[in-house]
Write a protein that binds this ligand. Structure first.
Ligand code: NAG
Ligand code: NAG
Length: 594
């Protein structure tokens, strides 16, 4: 991250040239579209005081995005000669990023040139400019303005203050369209921050209060799911992470944090019989005291017990920058991190139809950047099954529908007290994107599903040419989690499945690194080329439109890929074998010099 202190000067110089007042472009406020929906879920504290800080994030138009995309596919495809030839972050910056001159010109145009007639405003841009930073890839500029300055700079009438119920953290947003000079608008393709919709607040995890006691029969092997069960089911019982450079992470959004006390108790209850770390190795952001969140407790406990003895990061986005879009902030932070964690398990999703397509497109480029660096990004597929819009169409979740990430769905043991076969669970987010086309890597297997499923929903409920999700699935219910020093049973959600798959992939990375081979990176092309390495799940279905007289179910699991369980459940030994074979075939010698 770089501070742009020289900027005020630039603005002042151009003012001396007395440039003509420039036409302004109107930039839409995404928040405006969501004002009503957002204000129902958030406390609106009224008009923002003039000295509050409003954050704006500008996505500079990147260079060579087509080349980046080509590299992304090549380094991820086991059949490409470039498989595993990942780029360094500096190479990414060089490929897509802009230079210092471009950034300064953008900020000068944004804040300076159009204020030449007005001494006061020139002064203002000088003050404001010192608060802008650019990420190390040189493709995102983040500016902090006082509300007073932002109103004048962008011709905004009013900012509102919002607060998440039960929290003290404030978010500043405006419903106004931004008016920015056309020459500056031509240099960017996205503006976020104070014009973004507020982050999703709905709690994804739930606690299922179903009483096990009533149904317990003979031969009970386990009540609820805990590490020993998960480790046995996916055949990692005897695995231990060993490579010092291996790493995994659970980024957290919206004030979810963990407590060491919870981890300590979790290890006492569920940490026997395998080597594991006692503590998180690296915390990003300031994790406050107070109550821990169930999501953060679950994520840390299950990624550390599945990816046991692997260096674990806890990436606490809300502690880094207030008021922004925590998800975007995480990606920007990731682009600034020279040695980021190799496997990242995120429980974050939103309705695809509520997210600005420009934003999704831009974020896809961030996903490509991560994949091109050899990072694996996993997302929970969502907990509403196929979803439902107005009772007549399914509602896909994003970023589950991004073709550039791996999406993890939810399953359940068919016999809940046995460690055996699983079935698709009704909450499991799955379906087809209404925005993104089906990527090459899944075409054959998805076509096979569409051609053979006997229980397809009505045609107008989904778009069968869209990206199908999830890609893989793991057990999602009856988890034991220690939260605020209390063992809580029945924790349920695909955000439980996601860290489990992350830990398993992190073990594969461990073997790769120990053999001096590159990490997995974006893993979908490898998985879809080796479906036999994954345990197929052929039963179950996900929820659809509950109230519909036509259809209350989404899709049905069946042999092969399906939009409930993807390719199926992980099985460590077989996945390890195909991952090692693929890497060894290309990389007798690694790293290559590039
Ligand atoms: C994985 O473990 C199960 C038992 O849980 C076993 O039946 C299966 O053969 C194992 N798979 C492999 C590939 O080792
Ligand atoms: C745990 O991982 C570290 C490297 O991070 C390694 O040095 C150590 O030997 C591992 N422990 C075991 C029991 O394998």
């Amino acid at each position: 991250m770089r501070f742009l202190a020289a900027l005020g000067l630039l603005a002042l110089n151009s003012s001396a040239e007395k440039l003509a007042f420039e036409e302004r472009a109107t930039w839409k406020s995404h928040f405006k579209q969501h004002f009503n929906e957002n204000t129902k879920l958030w406390d609106n504290l009224g008009t923002a005081p003039l000295d509050e800080t409003a954050v704006f994030i500008f996505g500079l138009k990147q260079k060579n995005v087509e080349i980046l995309e080509r590299v992304f596919w090549q380094v991820s495809d086991p059949d490409s000669s470039q498989y595993g030839n990942f780029l360094k972050n500096s190479q990414i910056s060089k490929l897509v990023g802009r230079d210092k001159h471009f950034v300064e010109l953008f900020l000068a145009r944004l804040s300076g040139e159009n204020f030449v007639e007005d001494e006061e405003k020139v002064y203002l841009s000088q003050q404001s400019a010192s608060k802008c930073t650019v990420n190390s890839n040189m493709d995102w500029v983040t500016c902090e303005f006082s509300v007073r300055d932002a109103m004048r700079l962008f011709d905004i009438q009013k900012f509102h203050v919002f607060r998440k119920p039960g929290s003290t953290r404030k978010y500043i947003r405006t419903t106004s369209y931004l008016k920015i000079p056309q020459s500056a608008a031509a240099m960017i393709d996205y503006i976020g921050g104070a014009v973004s919709k507020l982050p999703s607040v709905h709690q994804k995890l739930s606690i299922d209060r179903e009483d096990f006691g009533k149904t317990i029969k003979e031969n009970v092997r386990h009540i609820g799911n805990y590490p020993e069960v998960i480790r046995a089911r996916y055949n990692i019982s005897s695995e231990t992470g060993r490579h010092p450079d291996n790493s995994q992470c659970t980024p957290q959004f919206l004030e979810q944090y963990y407590h060491q006390g919870d981890l300590d108790l979790f290890w006492r209850l569920y940490g026997k019989g395998y080597e594991h770390r006692q503590e998180i190795d690296k915390v990003v952001g300031d994790v406050p005291g107070g109550l821990s969140g169930i999501e953060a407790s679950l994520d840390t406990q299950y990624i550390m017990s599945t990816g046991n003895n692997i260096t674990t990061w806890f990436w606490y986005t809300a502690g880094r920058h207030e008021q922004q879009e925590p998800f975007l902030q995480w990606l920007i932070d990731l682009s600034n991190e020279e040695n980021p964690p190799l496997v990242n398990s995120a429980s974050y999703s939103d309705k695809e139809n509520s997210v600005d397509p420009d934003y999704m497109k831009r974020i896809n480029v961030e996903f490509m950047k991560a994949g091109a660096r050899g990072l694996t990004l996993l997302f929970a597929s969502g907990d509403d099954g196929a979803g439902c819009q107005e009772n007549k169409r399914f509602e896909p979740q994003w970023p589950s529908t991004s073709p550039y990430v791996t999406t993890v769905g939810g399953t359940a043991f068919i016999h809940p007290f046995d460690i055996g076969e699983e079935e698709g669970y009704d909450i499991s987010g799955g379906g087809f994107s209404d925005v993104f086309e089906m990527p090459e890597y899944q075409k054959e297997l998805v076509a096979s599903f569409l051609g053979t499923s006997e229980k397809l929903p009505p045609d107008d409920y989904y778009r069968p040419t869209g990206r199908g999700y999830p890609d893989i699935a793991a057990v999602s219910n009856h988890y034991w989690v220690v939260n605020n020093r209390v063992p809580v049973p029945g924790v349920l959600g695909t955000s439980a499945s996601c860290p489990v798959v992350a830990g398993i992939l992190a073990h594969i990375n461990d073997y790769r690194l120990r053999s001096n081979l590159p990490p997995l990176g974006f893993v979908n092309p490898l998985l879809y080329k080796n479906p036999d390495a994954i345990t197929d799940v052929t039963q179950g279905y996900n929820a659809g439109c509950d109230l519909s007289e036509y259809y209350d179910r989404g899709f049905y699991a069946q042999k092969g890929w399906d939009p409930v369980t993807g390719l199926g459940n992980p099985n460590f030994p077989t996945m390890l074998k195909v991952a090692m074979d693929a890497a060894l075939k290309k990389h007798a010698k690694y790293p290559v010099d590039n």
